[in-house]
Write a new protein. Sequence first.
Length: 595
Amino acid sequence: MPHRHCVPTLRANGSVMQPAGSLTVRVTGKGTALLPTTWSQRSNTSWHGPIDEDNYHAAGASHELPMGCDLAAVGRAIQHVLGRHDALRSVFRTEGSGLRQVIHASGEVTVPVFETVGQDLEQDVDDAIDFLCADPWNGRQWPIRFAVLTSGHPLLLVVTYNRLILDAYSAATVTQEVLKACTGDTSELPPRWQVTEEARYQVSADGAAASDRSLAHWRNVLASSPSSLFDYPRPHPSGPDRYTMASIESSALGRAVLMMRRRWRVTGATLLLSAAALVLGRYTGHRTVVMQLITANRGDRNRRHMVGSLTSQGLLRLDVGSGRFADLAHQAFRASSEAHRSGYYDPDAAQALRAEIGLQRGACLDLGALFNDRSTGQEASDAEPAVSERELRELAARDGLLDGSAAARPPEWTGSFQVYPESPTLKDARFLMMCNYAPCLPISLFCDMTYIPLAAAKRMLGGMERVLIAAACGDLDVTELSQISAVEPVRRDDAWVRSGDGWTDMAATASLWRQVTGGRAATVTVEDQRLVGYLAGQGAPSPAALHAAFVTALGDRNDVHAPDWYRLVDSPPADLADAAAWRRAAVTAEGTGRP
């Protein structure tokens, strides 16, 4: 059964199935430990909120139990697996100003047993999941819970877990170990590397060095990428229904990705990432696209099988302005590989780095574009038969996707969408692309409709489909594919000027500059694509002080940039709107104001 997030539900008659009994499982592990939280745990809380908060960040699923196992065998299996992994016996508590995790050496868990008659098995599973999630996931209880559904004999194992503490890989690993142990196979030794070793490594000199290596890549990308992709007028004001999730499925799209994967020896995720970057670049008007990539951090031998949480975000930059699509795909493959290698770091150090570079650049470093490859490592389309270009064209034509040689979905959009009143994360996710693997290759786009209205989100998904089918059917360059996408670029009016690698709202910048300068005679102009801030009068703050004050005042705004150059003059011109007169004024001090 697929995972679902734990959100309590009721049957139509308002009732919830109750357990007919329970198992008491006494667990013993290797020992007690008091540890700092790990990088991934801190990254998760920055996304979803504190671990010690009852916020239902849990997921659940059911799995068939092996034939012939009884309840006692299930209890022994759960006992064995909980004793093997430190992370499954962890709780959290606040100490001073920080959060610490405690690994329990032993403990006791209750496994409810539900009797099902099989008339509505899916609803019975949902009821069992809701029962398990009724107690808060507040970090003061172990992060995984089990139940058993019986029908004369044990039928299904229901597993729920706290997603802030265990990632999906860990939950799958634990489930498979329990099912294996239900058959009596408990021969495997406990893993050598556990969350205990992980937490201690991260506060060591070796851990700091690993973080520094990853953040060197972040420094390079942040220093040379647009400070924001979303530097344009917001199409819609914030409203009660601000966020949307739009999805699309297409058999022709799945076959197109399969064809290019085999042709160019890249992953399906790489191709989807390339198409997502292309349509996002076209929509926002940027030739360079920077995105965060959700990383698993399980590439090395120690962490490959660790139970716990290791996920974080890598960072990549793609040039979508020129070249063939095959070149973009290979560029994306290299960039995503580097992002995965550089996704293992101290999130507090990463935040400090962003602040440092933001001060240097005089802008909020807006990383609101994200990509999440949700495959489990084995792409479902691997089993699909090879498809020729002719067969792809025929399939796309039957689906109404091709008009001549260019992909063109009919005006009616056949995807699905859902609207949310608020973001499920604390991050400013303006564009979050998610992909799974199946013959129809479903892809989903979560977006902030303040920046990307629903109509634009639909066009982006349809544009990705058109781009990938057209690229599979011909050796096209990204300029052609950008037009084929039919994504309409955002419009910036005359108030927005080109500044460096992005755009600036001059009216908003001038307003903030007047605020920073305290109402003194001042203006901001554009000179050779540089923003120049002028301030007149004696006793004016230094360029460095002005710059620090401006960056503090702009906060997380992406419509405003600090001046590239600060120029202090002895007296203001008669007409404060006369930019030429400001340039003629006698300069008393000037500079970038940067550290």
